[in-house]
Design a binder for this molecule. Structure first.
Ligand SMILES: [Zn+2]
Length: 355
């Protein structure tokens, strides 16, 4: 799975590179087609599209951890902007998955995060009309993570942070993490929850075999578990101002929310934490990205969480989709305001982008 991703990532980068060159080596027909930025328009109004789910790597940070860059497409190059132009994405919120520093000891984790945040801020600063940054934090050390978030937002202009769906076996709802959530709420910034797989299940061997199940099932499952704990343990009641976005359309959570309500209604002994509303109602205060692939999937997401909670997520440069913008543009039954909100209006507000 990994090598396939890498190859496809390279292919995406290479294709974008071809669009850039315009040299005599290209096929004559291709050379006549200029690479052009796609501008998205709704009913005559130019819309600034925002992708909240776009990954990158800072090679120097990987080196600090003694690791090599395995995914060239994760390094920001001009190819990235060409790919965005082709898809009609105006702004990406860049983020870095924490799986390579989650287990690092405190000082090293602090160094990695500082380096990543500073380098990412540099990248965003050079191209502020195309990139904003979601910070890295060392969530294994919640007090440090809270400091890092504040530093990234106040000093470096980051718009929030990416965290995994758990950290070294600790759930996001664990009271140890309350200082981090308190800081995120205080700062009013977006926390993008991105799964890092389900290592416990992978260890059992049940996700082996064809289908990439560690990703296809393991990732949405991790997001589902993370969001469920935040709901059922009362974290979202404790920090009602939190702005949380679940990757990959919120995992499986929007697929079966009424089962949560049925459990608490019929087995109250299983729901000892008193909540301020029905578990399913928290879906309407969580944001999720639109990485759902089909109009029927999007219809269901809208029904469960509402148009106001859905933002574009492409997972670039991983080759899941290139049609997120079109999927929303072509979705039937939306009014202009709803379409514009999903294309970028809502994400712009969450990320402090002038739309
Ligand atoms: Zn992703």
């Amino acid at each position: 799975m990994t090598s396939r991703r890498e190859l496809l990532g390279r292919a995406v980068g290479a294709l974008a590179g071809i669009a850039l060159t315009g040299c005599g080596l290209m096929h004559p027909a291709a050379a006549q087609v200029p690479a052009r930025r796609r501008e998205v328009v709704v009913n005559g109004k130019r819309v600034k599209t925002v992708d909240v789910h776009a990954h990158c790597h800072i090679p120097e940070a990987l080196e600090l951890m003694g690791q090599k860059q395995r995914f060239p497409a994760l390094v920001i190059t001009p190819d990235r902007i060409k790919a965005m132009d082709e898809q009609g994405i105006d702004i990406e919120a860049l983020s870095i998955n924490p799986n390579f520093w989650d287990k690092a000891e405190r000082d090293l984790a602090a160094q990695v995060v500082r380096l990543q945040n500073e380098k990412l801020a540099e990248i965003c600063g050079k191209t502020p009309d195309r990139f904003v940054g979601l910070a890295s934090v060392a969530l294994a050390y919640p007090d440090l993570a809270a400091e890092q978030l504040q530093d990234a937002v106040k000093r470096l202009g980051m718009r929030g942070a990416l965290v995994g769906g758990s950290v070294n076996g600790t759930e996001l709802s664990d009271p140890k993490l309350h200082p981090f959530w308190a800081k995120a709420e205080e700062l009013g910034v977006l926390i993008f929850i991105h799964p890092q797989g389900t290592p416990e299940l992978e260890a059992s061997g049940r996700l082996k075999g064809s289908g990439g199940l560690a990703n296809v099932i393991g990732n949405p499952l991790e997001t589902t578990i993370a969001l469920s704990h935040l709901i059922f343990e009362g974290t979202l009641d404790r920090f009602p101002g939190l702005k949380i976005c679940g990757a990959h359309a919120g995992g499986y959570l929007p697929s079966y929310p009424d089962r949560m309500d049925a459990m608490c209604a019929n087995r109250p002994d299983q729901c000892p934490v008193a909540l301020k509303k029905k578990p399913s109602e928290y879906l309407k205060q969580i944001y999720i990205d639109s990485l759902i692939f089909t109009p029927e999937g999007l219809r269901h997401l809208i029904a469960e969480v509402g148009v106001s909670q859905i933002v574009i997520g492409t997972d670039y440069p991983f080759p899941w989709t290139t049609t997120e913008v079109d999927d929303i543009l072509n979705f039937p039954g939306l009014n202009d305001a709803e379409r514009i909100a999903m294309l970028g209006g809502t994400a712009a507000k969450l990320l402090g982008i002038n739309s």
